[in-house]
Design a protein. Sequence first.
Lengths: 326, 299
Amino acid sequence: MNNWRSAPRAQPTADAAAHQPDGFELASSRRDSLRRKLVERSVHAVLFLCAVISILTTTGIVITLLGETIQFFGEVPIVDFLTGTRWTPLFASKSFGVLPLVNGTIVVALVAIVVAVPIGLLTAIFLSEFAPARLRSVVKPVLEVLAGIPTVVYGYFALQFVTPILRDIFPQTQIFNVASAGIVMGFMILPMMASISEDSLRAVPSDLRQGAYALGATKFEVVSRVVVPGALSGILAAIILSISRAIGETMIVAIAAGLQPQMGFDLLRSMETMTAYIVQVSLGDTPQGGIEFRTIFAVGTLLFVMTLVMNLLSDLLVRRYREAYE
Amino acid sequence: MSAQATAAVPSPDVWRASQVRRRWSGWLFYGLAVVSTLMGLVMLGALLFDIFTDGARQVDWHFLSNYPSRIADNAGLRSALLGSLWMLAFTAIIAFPLGVGAAIYLEEYAPDNWLTRFIQLNIANLAGVPSIVYGLLGLGLFVRWLALGRVVLAGSMTMALLILPLIIVASREAIRAVPDSLREGSYALGATRWQMVRQTVLPSAAGGILTGTILALARAIGETAPLITIGALTYVAFDPNGPLDIFTVLPIQIFNWVSLPQKEFHSLAAGGIVVLLVVLLTANSLAVYLRYRMQRRLQ
């Protein structure tokens, strides 16, 4: 390491002043320390700017979204947008009621949650309460692989693998349907659900478990009446975060759930989500600058607000359970 | 216990029945937990199996070196691969210094005040913003406002902002793991703060920082939605040759093939996915290997 060369230079300041009050040495050391101070200051400033980028990013998101959205609401009343049940901005007779997209988003997210929450929670319980350390150290990273697979791959899997199976079982299933997208999305968010739940299960002190065993409880009773209730706020946080992830997920629904904005809860039919709509417009030849194109910013704003509220809520819950045991 | 039986204690039959029920519910629960854990693993296995059986035979030199085409037999990944490489290179150039800089600031410099806490809260929230919202940001900020157009650089900047929180969080953890004794030793030798950071903290944290960056870049390779939103093309039949060329990337090409109705193109999509997964697997193995080596060196 040639770092050593620059380090000793730091010392002459004190030394030179102590036993060699030579004019030349003094001036050079003073210049040296001035230079160092300048370097320190500018490094500090540059690093601070790097950290501030994050604030600028958020500001950028808010300004970009709001700028277009406000213009959009200049042409479409906000009440019509939020309460209308017909979404046909790309048709000749335009309606801008966003509820069908919200409906599609929520239904897909619900299917994903119904898959991810029980499986994820039980996986977390298995890993934290039952599995021996060595098994855990193998299973956990393998499950993490699920989280690292690109979403476009899940989309392909939903359309090419899960949908045909669904169509064998329920012949009336449409090619693009909510169930297949939701199920696959559930497995995509499973590792996150499992890993946050496991963290909060492990945070429950073992005194509580031992106390329950001492009272004669079985393992199942310890887990279901002591550990899970003790970790409840963390588990809730994991569920909320999973919902937020499901709402913001794009490629699975764009590929497998179809592009038909409609109300209702029929899982075997095609529905369009907010994210899929943004993709649809981005891919099409909708001219930028028109009201049709501005819709994606209005929809994006709604999406941003929904996920932000849920992320803040789960953050609050996580912080609360941390305080409870430490 | 039984010696002190009173009216409140159930009769032996009832007690035995409840014991059996408790034992059975315990086994049932254990079974459910095992089955759930297996379900995740089985799904992963099914996914990989399905994709490799559909796509592996597509992948050959012809597939990697040809441009996309309307005729499935002639179609290839060339422009998408090159686009992904260009996008990735510039994303790394932008995101790495910014992310590590922010991490150093937050761990080594930042005072404990409201601004620091605000920055931290902000980074945590940015990590939860849906990727497609970053796409809208990139479209408004880089494509339109900076008037870059739908080029590699606009995609890279968007992607850099998207993975910045990941790099910052990973780098902060790596920096925090450096023991304070090293910092104090450095100060004792007369180092200034930046000298201490540069010569002591960064070399020790390099493994963790690099691992985190590789994983973040792996995420960028697989992201599709933000690039579609900024307007990256779905059909590119030429080589992108620099940051200001229009482009497509691997996942968008896959998406394009999946969306076509003909079956031949679905096989092409599976082939593209195989290539994408191999790239990601390589990146992840590299990250794991680096982490392992650094851990050994620290010990």
